[in-house]
Structure formats: C-alpha cells, structure tokens
Design a protein. Sequence first.
Length: 429
Amino acid sequence: MSNVTVIGTQWGDEGKGKIVDWLASRADIVVRFQGGHNAGHTLVVGEQVYKLSLLPSGLVRGKIGVIGNGVVVDPKALMTEIDRVTAQGLVVTPETLWIAENAPLILPVHGALDRAREAARGEHKIGTTGRGIGPAYEDKVARRAIRICDLAEPETLDWKLDELLLHHNTLLAGLGAETFTKEQLKDFLTEITPRLLPFSCQVWDRLDEARRAGRRILFEGAQAVMLDVDHGTYPFVTSSNTVAAVAASGSGVSPSSVGFVLGIAKAYTTRVGEGPFPTELHDQTGRTLGERGHEFGTVTGRPRRCGWFDAVLIRRAVRVGGVSGIALTKLDVLDGLDEISICVGYELDGQKIETFPSAPGAQSRVKPVYETMPGWKETTAGARSWAELPAQAIKYVRRIEELIEAPVTLLSTSPERDDTILMRDPFED
C-alpha cells in the first residue's frame, strides 16, 4: 500500500481537482505542500461545485486536510474560503484541517508589492496573480517572514515587523506605491490570530504518526512542472518548486513517503498568463478547445491560451518530476475534430532539438514539429471503460504514452467524478 503524490505536468489547470477528489476516497489524509492561493481546484460533487484555492481537496470527501509548511498562507483568503465551503455544508474545524505552524503568512504588504512590481514591468510583465505569493516566498528565504507560530508570541512581532517594513516600504516607495505602517500590519494580525491559531500544529509530527499507523496520505501539488521556479519556463513561473520531491520538504516527511507520483496532463495544452507556449493555437481550433473545455482560470477568471498536446514538455516533466504514471484529462474535448496534432520535437533557429531550452530568448523562438493523427467522430464523454472509447482515441492515448515515456494510468472523460477509467490504482502500487 502506497502514498500518492499528485502534480501537474503542464502549466497548471490540468484538472487536478477532479483527480485528487477521486483519489481522496481512497486516502485518509490529503496534504497541500506548496504554492499559495494563486492555485485553484474546481470540484463537482453532485449538484455542488466547490472552488478551492488553499483548502486541500480531501475536505470535500470528509478527509483530514493538511496545509504544509511549504505553502504560503493568506489568512484572510483562507478564512473567506472556509466560510464559503462551510456555507455549502462542509465541516472545517481544527480536527479536520491541520495547518503547519511554521508556514509563512502572506500579509497585505506582499500583495501591494506584487502588484506594484508587475505594473512597473510594463510589456515585460510576468502575468502574476498579484496576490503576494512571490514576495512572501522571498521573505521566507530572506528570513524575515512572519510565520503562523509567531502569532503566539506577540512580544516578538514588533521587531520582526520593523525588519519586514524596512525592506518592503523601501521598495514600495521606489515604485511610487503606497507604503504601510506597523500599526496597519499589527491590526491585520490581531484580527486574524484568534481564527487562525487554533488550526496550527506540528504537521510533520502528526504526519509521521499517520505514516507509522499505515494511514494513506495523498500529497496534492499546486500549479505544475512547467511553472516550477527551477525547471519551468523561467521567469514566467511561480515562486515555488512544484515537482514531487517538494512533497517531502513542504510537509515535513521523509522522501520515501512521497510514494506513487501521478502526473496530471490534459489531452491538449493550456496556459494562463504570460510566457512561451510553443503549441499555442491562435485559430478557430484553439478557440474551439477553449470553448469546449471551459478554459477559464479558477482563481483569476482569465481565459486560458489553448494549443495541441506537447509531448516534449510532458516528457521533461515526467523525468524531473519523477512521474510514475499519467492521469490524462479532458479527452472528450477532442471529440469531433478531423485531425489532432501532437508536438514531437522543436526547431530552433533552423536546427532540430529534442528538449526545451532554458534561456527565455530561445524559448520564445522554438517552433513545434508536429505529428498529425486522424480524429474521431464518436463521443468519449462519460466513458468509464476502454471498451467505450473509439479506436482512434485509444490510438491517440497509446501514442502519447510512447512519446512521453510513461503509462497513462487514469483517463478522465468528463468533469464528473465517476467518468474515469482506471488502469492502475496508484494506492495499490
């Protein structure tokens, strides 16, 4: 019996929410281990639609949810989300939600700096959500972050806020933005402390006890490998590492606890925000994929850029992410297309290359090399077994497996939780 770690293999928005929800029925504990409230999952359960950004998806299934130390926590956003799902009937208490006491907080000054920087970049903007995730991670590595455990020691907050504001107000003033006073941040922390502190605990210790007791743990990543701050399309990336290895450091467990790594990939490709996207389609096919797939960001509401499946990028994600198997989502969006293309390589300045370059200039110049396959007229929507799939759809999936050098272990054919074809149960690996 294995633990399972779920990560995205593209640029996020691959449908992780449904897959994590589906797997949560087999788990005891679900852990978020990185990112902030710039990520989003949409879960459809019967007539209810849950939109989650910080809360682990397992809470929807009555499992224990954990926010690990690798997550940066906006307390106001968290409490708003808790209030929203509570109104929908979920039970969120310190018994059902554990938050690492050493998780850093996102403060109002972080969001202000994030937005001011993005505005100053002009045409070179990165496309951040402006929610303060990057500046909060910067404070963490610069050792000036306010962490949840600090809220229990108000006597130490005074000098910590002095250090934090010395840095941030200097930057804000230089960018022509409004600065903050210590009293403003103190008032913010005073307001949120009574609600937040009861959820805080030594997550690493509780997870170790759960592991020793043989409980199944599902680690839930945010964003995706191509947004990883080291391995993605830098600088158009998120501010944390998104690969499966971070499930250990971001929650305080041993590397051996990560278990089966399930990579989520759409049957095509999407991206929100700025940055290179070799297979992006600007034609009617791209618009069709966006309309059929309802491609709008869960958090931002921004329309997603759409394109063909990029096997080169997924193969890279499989290798650096340690992916054991792929969950392929939204196959039904391709129904009815006459032809379907897969990117099998690139051309860069007239030369053929087999991997994605690291330099941003080169990334913007690569051109995809396509392999084209016939589409299928039959519907795959709602299929729950291989026997229900058109022959050409099966060929498409098999070709993807060959190109990315990893097996497709789950196949999703609609947003509904049970419209899933399971070839290999990750928890039984």
